[in-house]
Design a protein around this ligand. Structure first.
Ligand SMILES: [Zn+2]
Length: 54
């Protein structure tokens, strides 16, 4: 992870969200998260956050 290419960043973090309950990664479109259509496969939670939040 030495280089920070914008293209690589978009590929890695563009459509990836993390479950707030168990930190499981889910790759999906943001609109589907907002619409509440995505459920965590591990714990069943619908609460997600963007992966890049620091
Ligand atoms: Zn979860």
């Amino acid at each position: 992870m030495a280089t920070k290419l914008p293209i690589a960043q978009a590929r890695l973090f563009g459509n990836v969200f993390i479950c707030k309950e168990c930190n499981h990664r889910v790759r999906t479109q943001a609109v589907r998260i907002i619409a509440g259509k995505i459920k965590c496969v591990k714990c069943g939670s619908r609460v997600f956050r963007p992966v890049r939040k620091k």
